[in-house]
Design a protein. Structure first.
Length: 756
């Protein structure tokens, strides 16, 4: 890993110890493909030291062809590479220096004819080997599958005297590449397997520690009181002493099954339904915020397990720090930045002022904080997300505020936009927040994408410039269409396409690199597909339109098919955090392409909406119901939404017509608090005042059915005369008790009323 500031330190340290550079000769380990050096490890070398020696031997062989033997001490070969804490290492560098190494810190030193590589008790020695290979020998691990090893028959090192302890003591990047053990070790990250060993439970654990399906029936008082009643899907009643006793008993049983785990999360469920009972309200007032009630509870849990670390969340309704109470010494705070804007650095963005205050306030109470930061668009994992310029300043902000543990949440095991690049940059920044991030990015782009690298860099910079110029925000639950007036304007989309055309042409001769470039292009293609749903321009539309005759553009169908094919080939399993495979996405778009224009008496006709629809997702009001476009399984597109209310809409056919069929569709996605209507009534009228019912349909799907899907509600009846057609959809209005939003307002989404 490049550590520019460390190289400066190493150079100055050497001059002070050994004299001017002109007096130095460096260390030649391999000459003309041959070496007289041995790799020496401690007599009782642990697994990390053995692995470090083996990796050094392997890479030296790959670079030069020379195979350096690995020997256990005691050994005396004169020319030695001491890996780990050998007896000779202590003599050369001194016990005081060794004691100054943190568990992940490392030391590189050339002393005479010897090279010393050693590190802290965890993986410091291994990290020292990888730093030597990367910083001085030009090796790179760009991804879990792409490693670059320069070839040379000579390996020569300068006279080194480097000691580095990372500021961040716990570093995790939640991306697919970082889940590979070889990659995470090279980049000095805590891998998912490390987390599984150290963490007995990981966030949102109230429901696991006191399961509602086990306790709610007999002890509803254990759970949140919301709206005057207890609900099973909210939080725990933290003022109830029996809840504490039950949770501690269950936690103790879990610890007995995994006694080596150090961290145990006792933390809120992922919803806003905190307990509103009088006792919990009194605690909130006493401690100045809801977080104080949680800390009061968690401190009591921690007191029962003094040899463990009890972690809890400062997240959403508990993000603000409490007053008159501090976390116990063995309580860890996991502070989450989920609400922050991603277009500007946290340190200077006016919209992040409240979060900055929370960081400062928590820092006054404890230094045992993990920062849970977000670096991905959760709603659309494969979507342009120009947040590269805030990565370094945000991590530097965390460092400045004394936070020593970082969890950068990307798209996890999914393949997302520039996943390899983001993982690489974040790993570098977590290890050394002060790197030259432009140089690191260029090194990656040119190494990973070859001759296409400069074009992709231009694509990234152009997009970042456009976002900055627009002054718009960047949200982790955004859509490409949200950026139609900032970094995804029609003109910019054309420019991006030209850049990728050039990038593909530059590496057309190299199939492996070409595939990487095509994968990098997928987010742009997804943006074109998403924006075209909204029928923005003739170019950004799925349709050729000639009056009442709309046909799907062959070019758009080809793009859709190509996107799905390449997405599957690239290993993309889901397009958003909660699901949606490429094939499911295609199916959703196909729903849109079945336009209702020809033969639809309601097409283009005026609609009067009699109940209050929401402006949160603007689609043009009632006109969205007769514009010919069917909404896909995505509530942001073409759907007219009602929050906590029914939908009553009347279509004026602008003349008495003979009709025999009425169709409409509704959406269900309960994760987003959206359900199908309980029932739908269809009525007709010739005067707009006196309506006659022609049919009624009940909800055909259980409310617990998951996923995002569209359900048609179609009714046929004997031919009748009518000018006005009314659709009455009855909403459930509130989320059911089993749902995370229990008691909150439920959504109803309707699209396209078709009359035949």
């Amino acid at each position: 890993m490049r550590t520019t500031t460390i190289l400066v330190f190493a150079f100055l340290s050497y001059v002070a110890a050994f004299g001017s550079p002109s007096q130095t000769k460096g260390l030649s380990i391999v000459v003309n493909g041959r070496s007289t050096y041995h790799i020496v490890i401690p007599a009782n070398a642990d697994s990390v030291e053995q692995h470090a020696a083996s990796e050094l031997q392997s890479y030296f062989k790959q670079i030069s062809g020379a195979l350096l033997p690995i020997e256990h001490e005691p050994a005396s070969y004169g020319r030695e590479i001491l890996v780990g804490r050998t007896a000779e290492t202590g003599k050369l560098v001194g016990d005081k220096t060794l004691d100054s190494l943190d568990k992940d810190g490392y030391l590189l030193r050339v002393d005479g004819q010897k090279l010393v590589i050693c590190g802290g008790a965890r993986k410091g020695t291994l990290y020292g080997v990888y730093s030597l290979l990367e910083d001085y020998l030009g090796c790179r691990k760009y991804s879990a599958t792409v490693t670059v090893v320069p070839r040379s028959r000579n390996i020569r090192l300068p006279l080194l005297n480097v000691l580095y302890n990372p500021f961040f003591k716990w570093r995790e990047v939640h991306y697919l590449n970082a889940m590979d053990r070889g990659y995470s070790d090279w980049h000095k990250l805590y891998s998912l397997s490390d987390q599984e060993k150290e963490w007995g439970m990981w966030v949102h654990t109230f429901a696991r520690l006191v399961p509602p399906d086990k306790y709610f029936g007999t002890h509803p008082e254990f759970f949140s009181e919301v709206g005057g009643r207890r609900i099973p899907s909210g939080q725990l009643c933290l003022s109830n002493p029996n809840v504490l006793d039950t949770l501690v008993k269950n936690l103790r049983a879990m610890m007995a099954l995994n006694p080596d785990a150090q961290y145990w999360s006792v933390s809120q469920n992922d919803n806003f339904n905190q307990c509103q009972c009088d006792s919990c309200k009194a605690l909130n007032e006493k401690f100045g915020s809801s977080s104080g009630t949680v800390i009061n509870f968690v401190n009591k849990v921690a007191a029962q397990f003094p040899d463990k670390t009890i972690s809890t969340l400062a997240y959403q309704w508990t993000r603000s720090a409490p007053t008159h109470i501090k976390p116990a010494s063995n309580v860890n705070i996991m502070l989450c930045s989920i609400e922050c804007n991603r277009s500007e650095p946290i340190a200077t963005d006016p919209r992040s002022a409240s979060f900055r205050k929370d960081v400062e306030d928590w820092g006054k109470l404890t230094h045992n904080i993990i920062m849970w930061d977000y670096v991905v668009d959760f709603r659309n994992l494969v979507s342009p997300f120009p947040n590269f310029r805030v990565l370094q300043p945000n991590i530097q902000f965390f460092k400045k505020n004394g936070i020593r543990m970082l969890f950068e949440q990307g798209c996890g095991a999914n393949v997302g936009e520039f996943g390899a690049l983001r993982t690489y940059l974040l790993a570098e920044l977590e290890w050394n927040p002060d790197i030259n991030v432009d140089s690191v990015m260029n090194d990656f782009l040119n190494g990973y994408y070859g001759a296409a690298g400069p074009y992709i860099r231009k694509y990234i910079d152009t997009m970042e410039d456009a976002l900055a110029k627009s002054g718009k925000t960047l949200d982790i639950y955004g859509y490409p269409y949200d950026a139609i007036n900032s970094y995804l304007t029609p003109a910019l989309i054309k420019e991006y396409s030209r850049l990728f055309d050039k990038a593909e042409k530059a590496v057309a001769h190299n199939p492996a690199v070409l595939e990487r470039v095509k994968r990098a292009r997928l987010p742009l293609e997804f943006a074109i597909l998403d924006i075209s749903i909204h029928d923005v321009t003739p170019e950004l539309s799925y349709f050729n339109k000639r009056g009442n005759v709309w046909t799907v553009k062959p070019s758009m169908r080809r793009l859709l098919n190509s996107f799905v094919k390449e997405a599957n080939k690239s290993g993309i399993q889901r397009l958003q955090e909660q699901g949606t495979s490429p094939e499911e996405y295609k199916k959703s778009i196909e729903q849109l392409l079945r336009v209702s224009v020809k033969g639809n008496l309601a097409f283009g006709k005026p609609v009067k909406v009699l109940t209050q629809y929401s402006d949160a997702y603007p689609v043009g009001g009632g006109s969205a119901l007769t514009n010919g476009l069917h909404g896909p399984a995505d509530y942001h597109t073409n759907w007219l939404g009602f929050q906590g209310d029914n939908c009553e809409a009347v279509v004026d056919l602008q003349g008495v017509k003979s009709i025999h069929e009425i169709k409409t569709s509704f959406l269900q996605e309960w994760y987003a608090w959206i359900w199908l209507p309980l029932n739908v009534k269809f009525s007709v009228s010739t005067d707009g005042k006196n309506f006659r019912e022609v049919g009624e349909l009940p909800d055909p799907v259980p409310d617990t059915t998951g996923g995002a899907f569209v359900t048609p509600f179609n009714i046929k009846f004997p031919t009748t005369k009518a000018r006005y057609v009314k659709v009455d959809a009855i909403s459930r209005k509130v989320c059911p008790d089993w749902h995370i939003g229990a008691g909150g307002k439920a959504w109803l989404f309707i699209d396209e009323i078709v009359v035949k």
